[in-house]
Design a protein around this ligand. Structure first.
Ligand SMILES: Cc1cc2nc3c(=O)[nH]c(=O)nc-3n(C[C@H](O)[C@H](O)[C@H](O)COP(=O)(O)O)c2cc1C
Length: 311
């Protein structure tokens, strides 16, 4: 028997696979899949204090081995989320991770307070890393990260993940700032800032010019950030996100140190992928006679999977 369960962030995840924030919206279209087979968790689209239209089109364009988006946090806002979306999410048999963001300290504190009290919110994920809104992503520097995480943890005891940007030279000081201010764990990473240019006009393809790159193209970048964070913080819960599109990339993410693995862009092409990956992961562990998924987590830091199997 193989045990895929993960106990982290005060929750029992049936398996380590999550939907990452955004590509699946609020996940409600996938409700029949959640009801038929277990999935570790569902991270919602980021919710903001007020409704947002997002950026003007075009806001999604393909890229080699991925896509560039500048959606710009389009969402119905906190009130609508609480009234219309959360009641439906509460019915799903999975761990609910609610992603949120606000442009200032007061907004973050207010949202964390309200969401942390709401029934059905299991974990909060503070999005400090969207590259597609006004200003710099807060997690480009430790001071802004510290300030916003402090505001959130002041307002709630619900476990809080800090979602960080990969676009930094060293993610460790930023992660340390979040953890020192009470974040229960880290989500690594958001999209990588990128650009595409229309070859016939010479103009940037996306209306807002810059976008965030996701998909297989960013796997090595995400792996590096997860590995660096795991090495610096051996005990901290880490959700690894970025470029996971198949069993091989999921295994690499776990081996780098991810307790939980988020699937983003790949769900837009293949909505059943996360559920299939759970089956494939179980079979892979079984063939290797590894009894628990947790034995795999971070094994790249311990001499590899064969060492891990015999210990
Ligand atoms: C269309 C789209 C929308 C996204 N929206 C959000 C969002 O609202 N909040 C957030 O934290 N991340 C958002 N992301 C980022 C993903 O959660 C994820 O961090 C990133 O895409 C890397 O993972 P991937 O390579 O598996 O897609 C979005 C990504 C895409 C492609």
């Amino acid at each position: 028997m193989v045990d895929l369960a993960v106990s982290r962030l005060g929750q029992s995840f049936a398996n380590p696979v999550l939907l990452s924030s955004g590509p699946a919206g609020f996940g409600l279209e996938l409700a029949p899949l959640f009801r038929s087979k277990p999935l570790g968790g569902l991270t919602t689209k980021t919710v903001t204090p007020s409704p947002r239209q997002g950026n003007p089109p075009p806001r999604l364009v393909d890229a080699p081995a991925g896509a560039l988006n500048s959606i710009g946090l389009a969402n119905p806002g906190l009130d609508e989320f609480l009234a219309q979306v959360l009641p439906e999410l509460r019915e799903l048999p999975t761990v609910r991770l609610i992603s949120f963001a606000a442009s200032d300290v007061q907004g973050v504190e207010a949202m964390a307070g309200v969401l942390g009290e709401a029934a059905g919110v299991d974990v909060l994920e503070l999005n400090l890393s969207c590259p597609n809104v006004e200003g710099r992503p807060p997690s480009w520097d430790s001071a802004s990260t510290r300030e916003l995480v402090r505001a959130a943890t002041r307002a709630t005891c619900t476990p809080l993940l800090a979602k960080l940007s990969p676009d930094v030279t060293d993610v460790v000081p930023v992660a340390a700032a979040a953890l020192e201010e009470g974040a229960a764990g880290l989500t690594l990473v958001n999209t990588v800032r990128g650009l595409r240019i229309q070859r016939d006009t010479g103009r940037p393809t996306l209306a807002r010019m810059w976008g965030g790159l996701s998909g297989a193209a960013i796997l090595p970048i995400a792996l590096a950030r997860v590995f660096e964070a795991r090495r610096a913080f051996p005990e901290v819960p880490i959700v690894g996100v970025g470029g996971v599109t198949d069993l091989g990339s999921l295994l690499e993410m776990a081996m780098a140190g991810a307790d939980l693995v988020g699937i983003g862009l790949a769900v837009m092409c293949d909505p059943e992928l996360p559920w299939r990956l759970c089956v494939e992961l179980k079979q892979w562990l079984c063939r290797r006679r590894i009894s628990r998924y947790s034995q795999l987590v971070g094994c790249a830091h311990r001499g590899g999977v064969d060492v891990c199997r015999t210990c």
